[in-house]
Design a protein around this ligand. Sequence first.
Ligand code: NCD
Length: 344
Amino acid sequence: MKRSIASVAGPRGSSRGTSAGEPVSWSRRHLLGLVGVSAGELRAVLGRARELAAAGGGESLKGRTVATLFFEDSTRTRTSFTLAGRRLGAEVVDLSAGASSVNKGETLIDTARTIRAMGVDALVVRTRQSGGAAAVAAALDASGRRCSVLNAGDGRHEHPTQGLLDLYTLAEAHGRLDRFDLSGLRVAIVGDVWSSRVARSAIAGVTALGGAVVVVGPAGMAPGSLSCLGCTVSRDLDAELGSADAVMMLRIQFERHEGAAAGEMDTRAAGGVSVREFRELYGLTAERASRMKAGAVVMHPGPINRGVELDGEVADGPRSVVLRQVSVGVPVRMAVLEGCVLAG
Ligand code: NCD
């Protein structure tokens, strides 16, 4: 059955941030990134997530099989996809990279084809390489087998379901769940933006829905060239705090910095700064959080390095929507799995 999820945005081109002629329903087989996804498509899938959050689940994927294939560590994302699939009635199989034949020299694409040959309807893939999920999707499409590919993070490139759950959380925190219109909102993404697939997906999504993004960090983590993604770039967190409606903190992703100095957490360096300098200039301390705008929220994709980019007190404090991000991840992933598999 081929089906698409209609947008909550109403007729074509009727909502702010939606340009005439852009799709206003979800009809993609794969979700590889948020760059190029229209406001209407985003609103369709987020609106469906809102319905599924209220219903708690459904049966739309009964008889379907979802496989998770993670070549990098993950707790949150894999568990969230697994729960999402099960809550829509799908059978979900977890294929940990350690136990798969990739360790015996089989390529990523051969592994994906093998899994598909077992009758899998959707593959959720996390790879170290940017473009890994797209390569798997292209290989499956070329083989003529219908199987949705959902990117659960590919290198430094994108993490689209994290981006969608960030959009949902932002909309909820600012009373925009009715139309998912983020116009007038300013989001500061702070820290190791250059290494972050979460940031790339968030920038694409927030700007598509009419919001503004400023990325904040030292030059080695937030180079000026990031402005080509549609955001502005700042070196001064203190100057940005008073105008941001949301501050999204990112950890230093040492594993994605070539030549990052090894050593103790408090002395090693990445992106041209030591951890100590990073915390001094960019850490969201309780004092800094107290200077945020009324109603502004604190976000973090996890895992948090408490006391480095984010104080424990702030992570657990009244502005924090960190656990809400985790909660809404499940209905958001339900909506994506359903949308992609039924469109397939
Ligand atoms: C992120 C990731 O894996 O990209 N985490 C996540 O999905 N919850 C962020 C990170 O690794 O810092």
